[in-house]
Design a protein around this ligand. Structure first.
Ligand SMILES: C[S@@+](CC[C@H](N)C(=O)[O-])C[C@H]1O[C@@H](n2cnc3c(N)ncnc32)[C@H](O)[C@@H]1O
Length: 360
């Protein structure tokens, strides 16, 4: 991994700095004692995070904290990706090609694109060594128009925005074939699921999701409650409406993690910021390893069965069936609970199915 570069100090006086230009080297570290992080005052004003006289209100402070922390967490993996890309860059006569492939990041449900703009400036945007392209996907046309105008005014040439849904993005010709990073910060309802499907289709190396509320699964839990209560006391976990919502949200994210794991990603789940800053605070980070996990797919399927959610499979987890089609299912479900011994399948290779924990 590339070492972090020295922090470029931010000018103290509001309005004293200018936003990143196309060749400026990035400020790769944050001044964590400064709520503005290492973003330029002019960018924060352009995003209306700072008021015209440079003040930060409570809401903006909260948003800034989330975005800053996310960028901080993204920094290491992005540098690792950059390092890997530079090693792959074709050399001509011993000289490394001077036009490396850009890192392409697609942000689903980008809203006002705070994350995109701040990330772009922090990275140094179109710097020659490792350019970054940021594409925002957003269903509200006025936000897309606004973001396009702002990117133009700031000369952030590597940014673009499309007025399509996260689901449409997966099949749209507007998006590049290959994408390095997928993000979705508080993208509503099932937009995080669509972002995952998009990442899988584009085989993105990194995925960062901070899911918002998801109503789809809770609605199904609610509908099947009485039937499942008759079978198992476990349904007590979501009998009360508040618990249905919480359980729906928890289960949704658990299934998302299993889906990503099944499709060759290493997944970690952490908090983004303290709960006092945001109730939607779970950060799911996934990096592509190429180790497809049949056991994760089986556990995902078993959970769907257990919770009466099997009807979600074709829409939400369409790749699971194809993965499981390569080995007999019955063996897997009846084998012992050796959950630590994960079986894996290299991308494109064959798997041996060894273990899966049957659910009660
Ligand atoms: C809560 S806002 C978050 C905005 C931004 N990511 C942030 O953190 O500031 C969610 C955004 O997602 C957009 N959105 C909702 N569903 C979407 C979908 N299916 N595809 C794309 N955008 C969507 C909404 O219009 C809204 O701007």
């Amino acid at each position: 991994m590339k070492p972090q570069r020295a922090h470029t100090p931010r000018p103290a006086a509001p309005g004293a700095s200018s936003p990143a230009t196309s060749t400026r080297e990035p400020a790769h570290a944050f001044a964590m004692d400064d709520p503005r992080g290492s973003h330029s005052v002019s960018l924060l004003k352009a995003l209306h995070i700072l008021t015209r006289d440079g003040q930060l209100n409570q809401d903006s402070r909260r948003k800034l904290k989330q975005v800053n922390h996310l960028i901080q967490l993204m920094a290491g993996p992005l540098h690792a990706l950059e390092g890997a890309a530079s090693q792959e860059a074709p050399a001509h006569g011993g000289v490394v090609n001077s036009t490396p492939k850009p890192l392409v990041l697609v942000d689903h449900g980008c809203g006002k694109s705070y994350l995109g703009f701040m990330l772009y400036e922090w990275w140094g945007g179109a710097r020659l060594s490792s350019p970054l392209e940021v594409i925002g996907i957003e269903t509200r046309s006025e936000l897309v128009e606004h973001a396009k105008t702002l990117a133009r005014e700031l000369s952030f040439k590597g940014m673009d925005f499309f007025n399509i849904s996260a689901k449409e993005a997966g099949v749209s010709d507007l998006l590049p074939q290959s994408v390095s990073v997928v993000t979705a910060l508080h993208a509503c309802d099932t937009a995080s699921d669509d972002a995952i499907e998009f990442a899988l289709a584009k085989r993105a190396q990194l995925v960062f999701l901070v899911p918002c509320c998801q109503a789809e699964l809770a609605a199904k839990l609610r509908a099947g409650k009485a039937k499942i209560l008759a079978k198992t006391p476990l349904a007590e976990l979501w009998r009360h409406p508040l618990h249905t919502r919480e359980m729906g949200s928890q289960l949704t994210n658990v299934l998302r993690c299993l889906y990503l794991e099944s499709q060759g990603y290493k997944v970690s789940v952490t908090e983004l910021v303290g709960w006092e800053h945001s109730l939607k605070n779970e950060l799911i980070t996934a990096s592509y390893t190429g180790q497809f996990k049949r056991s994760a797919a089986l556990r995902l399927m078993a959970l769907l069965e257990q919770f009466g959610l099997a009807s979600l499979m074709p829409e939400r987890y369409p790749r699971v069936k194809a993965l499981l089609a390569t080995a007999p299912l019955a063996n897997a479900l009846s084998s012992g609970p050796e959950i630590d011994q994960d079986d894996t399948l290299e991308a494109g290779g064959e798997a041996t199915l060894s273990s899966v924990a049957p659910l009660p």
